[in-house]
Design a protein around this ligand. Structure first.
Ligand code: URA
Length: 265
């Protein structure tokens, strides 16, 4: 049996980027879960990506898997890409490389220059000589991140890429309201996003007509995270199940320091 895996960051410019990742002087520990380390990306770093996805921040699944956009959010993003016919040629980074801690952590730091600069270094590294034709920002921080890139000197003179800002894939659950109604509204926006992005991406990895979302997510709308996106030897269930990591503890500090992982047989 051959199992593909993500080769990580051993080649430039990514090797140097991960060597100089920002610590607590840039990401303060009262606003970010720095104790679990940064999580950088998921997908192709070899110049073959045609779609760039921007997410928000890693949570507990990403912390364990050491790749972003795992679990429910990740599988919904994977489904969005699959509907575009993209099952391999994508790369994803988050707005923040550490998990946001507290309600306002992201809002207080989205404009921080050092956070922006490091993220822009990643965007430059990904986009230089790349085949990226389209960018999708999931959530408003991701949208801000992309706008900050476009306003940077390194973005000047590059071809304009197709761009869509879409609701964050777990925003219906996070919103605290009617999840079914919010999901329906979000999937309408996703369908419009698919239509807008598809022409820029052609030829897709798997060309064909887009199968639009209905009013709710179906199992096929949330496919597995491929093994080739994960570090070598990662168990398959990390990509095929959703809620396998939970923060645990009776105090806020305990909860920061403990993640319970449950494997699937
Ligand atoms: N996990 C991520 O890595 N990013 C998100 O935006 C959400 C969950």
């Amino acid at each position: 049996m051959t199992t593909l895996f993500c080769p990580g960051y051993s080649h430039e410019p990514f090797r140097s980027l991960v060597e100089v990742y920002p610590g607590t002087s840039v990401y303060p520990s009262n606003a970010f879960r720095v104790e679990w380390g940064p999580i950088f990306h998921r997908g192709r770093l070899d110049g073959t990506a045609r779609v760039l996805v921007l997410g928000q921040d890693p949570a507990q699944h990403e912390t364990i898997a050491r790749r972003i956009l795992m679990g429910t959010a990740g599988r919904r993003v994977q489904g969005f890409l699959n509907k575009l016919g993209i099952d391999n040629s994508y790369v994803m980074i988050n707005t923040f490389i550490y998990s946001v801690y507290g309600q306002q952590g992201g809002a207080h730091h989205i404009d921080d220059a050092a956070i922006t600069d490091y993220r822009n270094s990643w965007l430059k590294a990904i986009l230089d000589g790349s085949q990226v034709k389209a960018v999708v920002a999931f959530g408003s921080f991701a949208d801000k991140a992309w706008k900050k890139w476009l306003a940077s000197a390194d973005a000047a003179g590059r071809p304009t890429l197709a761009y869509q800002k879409l609701p964050h894939p777990t925003s219906p659950e996070a919103g605290g309201g009617d999840v079914a109604a919010a999901t329906k509204t979000m999937l309408k926006a996703y369908n419009a996003g698919l239509t807008a992005l598809a022409p820029a991406i052609a030829p897709a990895d798997q060309p064909g007509a887009i199968a639009p979302y209905g009013d709710a997510f179906t199992p096929t709308d949330q496919p597995a995270i491929p093994q080739r996106d994960l570090p070598a030897g990662s168990p398959v269930w990390m990509g095929t199940t959703n809620e396998w990591a939970v923060r645990e503890g009776s105090t806020a500090t305990d909860k920061r320091l403990n993640i319970r992982v449950t494997a699937s047989p």
